[in-house]
Design a protein around this ligand. Sequence first.
Ligand SMILES: Nc1nc2c(c(=O)[nH]1)N[C@H]1C(S)=C(S)[C@@H](COP(=O)(O)OP(=O)(O)OC[C@H]3O[C@@H](n4cnc5c(N)ncnc54)[C@H](O)[C@@H]3O)O[C@H]1N2
Ligand code: MOO
Length: 403
Amino acid sequence: MSLISVDAAYRLILQDAAPIARTEELTLSEAAGRVLASDIVARRTQPSFDASAMDGYAVRSADLAAGPTPLRLIGEAAAGRAFGGTAGAGETVRIFTGAPVPEGADAILIQEDATVDGAGRILPGATVSERQHVRFAGIDFGEGDTLLPGGCLLSPGAIALAASGGHPTLTVRQRPRVAVLATGDELVLPGVAPGPAQIVASNGFGVAAMVSAAGGEALDYGIAPDDKTAIAARLDKALAEGADIFVTIGGASVGDHDLVGAVFAERGVALDFWKVAMRPGKPLMAGRLHDTRIVGLPGNPASSMVAAMLFLVPLVSRLAGRPVRPLYRHGVLGAAVPENGERTDFVRSVVVIDDDGIATVTPLPRQDSSLLSIYAHAQGLLMRAPQAPPAAAGEPCRYVPLD
Ligand SMILES: Nc1nc2c(c(=O)[nH]1)N[C@H]1C(S)=C(S)[C@@H](COP(=O)(O)OP(=O)(O)OC[C@H]3O[C@@H](n4cnc5c(N)ncnc54)[C@H](O)[C@@H]3O)O[C@H]1N2
Ligand code: MOO
């Protein structure tokens, strides 16, 4: 298969990717950050009664308009404790924020504008307009109103609104299940002392973290040795478990021990592409087998992280039903850059956003695709198009944010 462009690979990986239909019911605290499955309507009216917005006195506004006449105090209303009677002409009820406004009263005189005389009567120091400081029933929403549309991301505000509407649980879309498998005889888990030719597996943990942040559920498939049977067994497991995406790391290139492509071919994976004209991350595969999408990431640490950021994160977001944000943002170069070669270059860069929102993108000095220390300290990937001419500091550029 020949190299395809970044844009073509991006289109291919997202084509026919739709939010998964499976749903689950979660408590409000569990549902935060998830995607609502369908519209929810209010089960109640909020507020369900006319409520005071201030601490003071419930009055009849017409009484105060007539002049500063003392009012007779006939009772008290507090949040959770209504005054049972009716305020008649010349009468007032002590009231606190959140309490039901008594029958007869139509406004609140704040306590700063009132004094109490020796006889316990209330002397208004100001007039009030009708409805002043009253939150009328239903000003937030009424029973049966649509509170949140299906497909919305459950932000903290949305969770609070659902709670107020009387929903203790919400039906949300299930997260896409993403099996993540590292491959390579040389890999040991963090914390295990590597042998003389071994290294510590790192990429799977970074990729799993990206999957979670994009709204997916990462399934840890561990490490498979460079052995076709072992890799195929993990693929079969992913299919049996109904994984939405099977991600491999490593073994994607052309060496004698790069077996992932061979396993995919033997198992009948229909590849959409293998190898993208980009640096790092060229030996990237994507395809599908039955209902499972397949993504084969290259092994070099920065290559797998960059390829996952560009292609896996949008795919997971789309399957999760979350908005897929545009790949690139605009910025200005913080340093001069040379002419680019034939592949799209993704240059790990420091991104500083000033008070006006202008992003200055400055390439980090070392770009070898094995360097996690550089990747981890980059905030963005400067995008250099194929054959882009040299560019000076201050010129416009595009970059992929890494947050
Ligand atoms: N003759 C060619 N050789 C290579 C080419 C090529 O076009 N022709 N492409 C190079 C590029 S570009 C990349 S990127 C790598 C990718 O190769 P693989 O996907 O086959 O990756 P591996 O060979 O398995 O591993 C590469 C490197 O990364 C380390 N690795 C692998 N998995 C992990 C992990 N989970 N955590 C940390 N590090 C990992 C592995 O030990 C190797 O050092 O191929 C080039 N070669
Ligand atoms: O894709 Mo490789 O990432 O150029 O090292």
